[in-house]
Design a binder for this molecule. Sequence first.
Ligand code: PLP
Length: 477
Amino acid sequence: MTDREGWMREDFERVGAWIESYFAHPEAYRVMPQIHPGEVVAALPPAAPELGVPFDEIMNDFERIILPATTHWNHPRFFAYFATSAAPAAIAAEALAATLDVKAMLWRTSPAATELEEVTMRWLGQLLDLPPQWTGIIYDTASIAGFTALAAAREALDLSIREEGMAGRSLPALRIYITAETHSHVEKAAIALGLGQRNVVRVPCDGVFRMNPAALRARIEADIGAGMKPVAVVATVGTTSTTSVDPVREIAQVAREYGVWLHVDAAYAGIAAIIPEFRALLDGVELADSLVVNPHKWMFVPMDCSALFVRDESIVRRAFSLVPEYLTTPEAAVNYMDYGLQLGRRFRALKLWFVLRHFGAQGIRQRLREHIALAQEFAEWVRAEPHWEVLAPHPLSVVCFRYAPPGLDESQLERLNAAIMHAVNATGEVFISHTKIDGRYTIRLAIGNLRTQRSDVEHAWRILQREVKPANSTVLH
Ligand code: PLP
């Protein structure tokens, strides 16, 4: 075997050493790069090389071109969106999965991948205290898991849409119920499933951004009265903007009454339910039809790993199973290609298994508790400082806040807070993001990285306070 094709121990040693120093020296990296669109393209040749180059040269260019243009999600001072992190044990598992490079579509193409997925999903389901008869399946993202759940909900209507399609048939409008806080992937799924964006109904929320079950009932009844057909309700546990938690039990009762599929999107917050005092987040989930949680969000598993749990896996199979002759097999076993659009699938269960075993449930719980406690402390600092305000309840590890000196109208406050956020991010020292709550521009600070310490959160708060003055003078004068 030549060097080019085979095992190159020194190359892996270089990568291993680089990973070690990456984690040891986060201060060497700007969290958000200082770069303009097009710079990476301009730094790279216009065509692929005709001749191979040594690994060292590729690594040198990785360090010279790719790293400075990377937003460092794995940085302890990354506080934007939902902050996440990849545990080194899971990074090692990713290298092993790539080494095996199985396509986990049929049991026989990957017995270990198939059965480890069954086992890790059972373990995760137990940690979340889900009904033991539910089935867990790993997808790449919560968006695809949600799409799959909604496709199953459409299939469960028995309208022969799988066979006949929807065009030219006198089908009723098929309705999906969400709120203004629901993640946008649900609307995308409605588009992809041919239900139409207009049939995604936004049910009003209460004062703290939770779906109002009475309003849900009223919308369903009105729709049925108008000859429409409710397909699914999507309740969110941990909404993207504020981490508000829809009242799943009450929503489930309404959904059941009208025979409507309930999908619970707990992509970020669901993992917290493995902490006994936070299990109430999933209260009533046993009445739902499907639930998604993302180990790649708040369980230290690198992108991508999203766990969909379903009450009745046979409906998902009914929606997606299609077996050409060349994929028939004699075994009576799970073939994961039957549960979605994809044929080939990555061996994602391996990194989940490594993480579950490396930390143990206690280790994961302890880190989540730390993140939640840090967020609570941060919210107190914000509240204690004149002119800063917290804009939403913060039950978990995300705080929504803004700087609101007296005498400014909403559009001035928006410009001021946007300027503060951009100035903070331009330092490269921390990365925060924003949303709008009830039309009000809101800065978000999310804590979810394994290596984030109290000192990192304190640093973020210092920079936020420091950047108020320059932002004030550029925006208001
Ligand atoms: N659901 C919620 C509540 C989210 O916050 C997000 C992303 O942040 C998603 C779904 C989509 O997640 P994914 O990137 O896994 O598709």
